[in-house]
Every structure is written in structure tokens, then in C-alpha cells.
Design a protein around this ligand. Structure first.
Ligand SMILES: Cc1cc2nc3c(=O)[nH]c(=O)nc-3n(C[C@H](O)[C@H](O)[C@H](O)COP(=O)(O)OP(=O)(O)OC[C@H]3O[C@@H](n4cnc5c(N)ncnc54)[C@H](O)[C@@H]3O)c2cc1C
Length: 384
């Protein structure tokens, strides 16, 4: 709609647009906010359309797109349907430790069906006493009977009551900090697993977050993902990629509201003039558009640099910081310049703001991500 900052291009964007229109994703986002539930039908359809796991290699059922191309498609999916369906499209990436470290039987039984949208695999890291500092997790993974016995509690997890299985991070008893953490695939219907849905969230309610108690849950050794004690290393690689892709999603959502607001203030009059003729309205909107574009360029470059070997993890961390800041302030302006209707549920802006508000917390809080970058500027004395 504007020549100033065109939306990013990719030859696959028309495909995304067709799927979004066929599945009525914009309308479904509103319905999911009002009646939160896991959108199993759309998840399957996105899988059938090849829009789940865009960066997952074809050998594991995905599209195998470079992250920077996947980001363009996620931007458009979010622009058209909000965070819900774009984040669902990333669910195989959120569980990439299963795809990359699981044995062939686990891949066939759980990962390929996830990429096809036939079942849901969640990701459980956070615990009541370990969130930002994930290396402090306490869920015990005790070697027992040739496999493992899991005991402890996970909290804050998306799809707590909906996922058929989850990638669960646990620690060998007595092991110190990150070195003792391993990742496991845990079917959620095993004896000893108790799941509870938490109170309704501010936004993204369709995730139905909650807690999962593991009470001496027995799993075979083949359910461990990769090597014992390497879980945290694998997770770091996954987070580096997914933070950049999430940044693209937040920017796509905010772009929709920014465009709608530019149009609105060009039409709506008050005090005998268009709102856009007030500099107090026009200038912040120009600034917000530039901030969104700057965050997009930073994100695209961060994802480009990530490809050869995840060296750019500080860049994708900062991409999420910049994108969530730019997106939330653009969404706030959208609410403000739509006036009373902007604050009401009749316009999408307040819902989009609520959905994007999880961005500076989930997948690494802003303060922690700034710390990742700070350590690049001032390495800790033992790293120097
Ligand atoms: C929508 C949503 C979905 C989520 N989905 C999942 C999921 O599927 N699986 C899962 O395991 N978890 C999930 N989480 C949990 C999320 O990863 C944690 O909430 C996050 O890691 C922060 O941990 P915490 O809540 O324990 O906050 P805390 O660790 O208690 O931190 C609270 C705040 O303190 C500040 N802070 C923390 N450390 C520092 C520091 N070193 N320096 C400066 N400030 C700091 C930050 O502002 C932070 O937000 C989800 C969260 C949300 C909001």
C-alpha cells in the first residue's frame, strides 16, 4: 500500500496468501482469542500446504528453506493471520532438537507427523524456579532400568494440555549447571504425567499454557535426544534460529496495524482536518514505519549470517529485541490513533498488541538477550 517501505518479497508469498484466504486465518485469529483452543484443523491444513517447518530439511519432511527466506513467509503469514498461525508454522522449529537429535524411530513416529500437522509436540524448559536462567532447571532425569525416570515440574508451557508429546529438559542427579542437562522426548499420556491448564493469558490464549508434573515417569533410553548432558548446547542452537524467525513474525503483525493506521489517519477528520495533517499524528507514524523497516533489515541480515553455523546468535537475539520494541510501539500508536475504536475489540489492534506482548518475555526476555550481546562486547574473564 505504500511505496515507502515495500513488504519483503519471495516467490512463495502468493502461496501463503492463498492458504491464508482459504483458511480464513484473520477471522480465525479473532475466534481463537475469544474461544481459546488448539486449532487442530488449521494446523493440519498448514502442514498439508507445506507451511509447517519451513526451514526443516526435506529429509525430515520440511521445505528446507534458508532461514532468511522462511522469515519472509512467516512475516506474511503473521501480516495476514496474526501471531497464531505463523507461530504454529514454527512449531517444528521450536522442537528442532527432536528433529536434529532424535533417533530414526522417534523422527518417524513424532517429528514427521509434527511437520505434517498431524500431531503436536511441545517444548518444556521452564520450571517454577528456573525460567530466564534455563541452566538452573531441576527436573531430575535419573538413569533407571536401562532408561530414565523423570521427576519434577515444568511450568509456563504452551500447549500444556494439548500436546501429544513434548521435548523435555532434565538434569542428571548431582550434575552441575548446564553440563548435566539432557533433552528427552516424552509422550504426554505416560503414567505419572499430570497436566494442568493455567489461568487465561493476556494474549495468545490459544496456546493454553500450563504446568506439567512428572511423577517418576519411566522412559526408555532411546527417548533421549542426542548425547547425555548436551541438551543445553542443542537448545542454544535452536534458540539462535527461532529468535530471528520470531522477530519476523512480530514485524509482520505490526506491519498490518501500521498500514491500517496510515490509511485511517489519511481518511478520518477531526477539527476540520485529516488526522494525518496533524504533525503529532503523522511524525510518530513515519517514525514507527522506519523503525519496523530497520528492525526487518536487521533481522534479515541476522538470519543470513546465521546460516553457515549459528555464529550470529547475538544478532538474532538482538533482532528479537529490536523487533518486539518496534512492533509494540507501532501497535500502541495504532490503538492511539484509532481512538475509542482502537481500544475496543472491534478493531484488531488491541488483540495484536496483547499477542505480541509475549515477545519480550518468551524465548528469552529482552534483558537476558541484551546480556547475550553484552558478553560479546565484554567477554567474561574466563572467556577472554
Ligand atoms: C506466551 C508464552 C509462551 C511460553 N511458552 C513456553 C513453552 O512452550 N515452554 C517453556 O518451557 N516455557 C515457555 N514460556 C516461558 C518463558 O520461556 C519464560 O517465561 C521466560 O523464559 C522467563 O522466565 P520466567 O517467567 O521464569 O521469568 P524470570 O526468570 O523470573 O524473570 C522475570 C523477569 O526478570 C527479568 N530478568 C531475568 N533475568 C534477568 C537478568 N539476568 N538481567 C536482567 N533482567 C532479568 C526479565 O525482565 C524477566 O522477564 C512461555 C512464556 C510465554 C509468555
Amino acid at each position: 500500500m505504500t511505496e515507502l517501505w515495500e513488504k519483503p518479497h519471495d516467490p512463495l508469498v502468493p502461496e501463503v496468501e492463498r492458504v491464508a484466504a482459504r483458511l480464513r486465518l484473520a477471522a480465525r485469529s479473532v475466534e481463537l482469542d475469544r474461544a481459546p483452543a488448539f486449532p487442530a484443523h488449521e494446523f493440519r491444513e498448514l502442514g498439508a500446504a507445506g507451511l509447517l517447518g519451513l526451514t526443516v530439511p526435506p529429509a525430515r519432511g520440511g521445505r528446507g528453506l534458508p532461514p532468511a527466506r522462511a522469515a519472509v513467509l512467516l512475516f506474511h503469514l503473521a501480516y495476514l493471520g496474526g501471531t497464531a498461525f505463523a507461530k504454529l508454522a514454527l512449531q517444528p522449529e521450536f522442537s528442532s532438537v527432536l528433529g536434529e537429535q532424535g533417533g530414526p524411530e522417534l523422527i518417524d513416529r513424532w517429528y514427521r507427523p509434527l511437520v505434517r500437522g498431524e500431531l503436536l509436540v511441545g517444548n518444556q524448559i521452564t520450571e517454577p524456579a528456573a525460567g530466564s536462567d534455563a541452566s538452573a532447571i531441576a527436573l531430575e532425569a535419573k538413569p533407571a532400568g536401562g532408561g530414565y525416570e523423570l521427576s519434577g515440574t515444568k511450568s509456563e508451557a504452551a500447549f500444556a494440555v494439548d500436546a501429544e508429546a513434548a521435548v523435555v529438559y532434565g538434569r542428571r542427579p548431582g550434575a552441575a549447571r548446564a553440563e548435566g542437562v539432557s533433552a528427552f522426548l516424552v509422550p504426554q499420556d505416560l503414567p505419572g504425567v499430570r497436566r494442568t491448564q493455567g489461568p487465561a493469558d493476556l494474549g495468545e490464549r490459544w496456546q493454553r499454557r500450563g504446568s506439567i508434573v512428572y511423577d517418576r515417569v519411566q522412559i526408555p533410553a532411546s527417548f533421549r535426544l542426542g548425547e547425555e548432558g548436551r541438551g543445553f548446547d542443542y537448545l542454544r542452537g535452536e534458540l539462535a534460529r527461532e529468535r530471528g524467525l520470531l522477530a519476523a513474525i512480530y514485524l509482520g503483525v505490526a506491519r498490518a496495524s501500521w498500514e491500517e493506521t496510515v490509511r485511517h489517519v489519511g481518511e478520518r477528520t477531526a477539527f476540520g482536518r485529516r488526522l494525518a495533517d496533524q504533525q503529532a499524528v503523522a511524525f510518530p507514524l513515519v517514525g514507527a514505519g522506519a523503525d519496523l523497516e530497520a528492525a526487518w533489515l536487521f533481522t534479515a541480515r541476522a538470519l543470513d549470517r546465521l546460516e553457515p553455523g549459528a555464529a550470529g546468535s547475538a544478532d538474532t537475539a538482538l533482532a528479537k529485541v529490536l523487533a518486539t520494541r518496534a512492533a509494540l510501539s507501532a501497535l500502541d500508536l495504532a490503538i492511539q490513533f484509532h481512538g475509542g475504536s482502537g481500544y475496543s475489540g472491534s478493531a484488531p489492534h488491541e488483540r495484536r498488541w496483547r499477542d505480541v506482548r509475549s515477545g519480550p518475555i518468551a524465548h528469552g526476555p529482552t534483558e537476558v538477550l541484551l546480556g547475550v550481546a553484552a558478553r560479546r562486547l565484554w567477554p567474561a574473564s574466563r572467556e577472554r
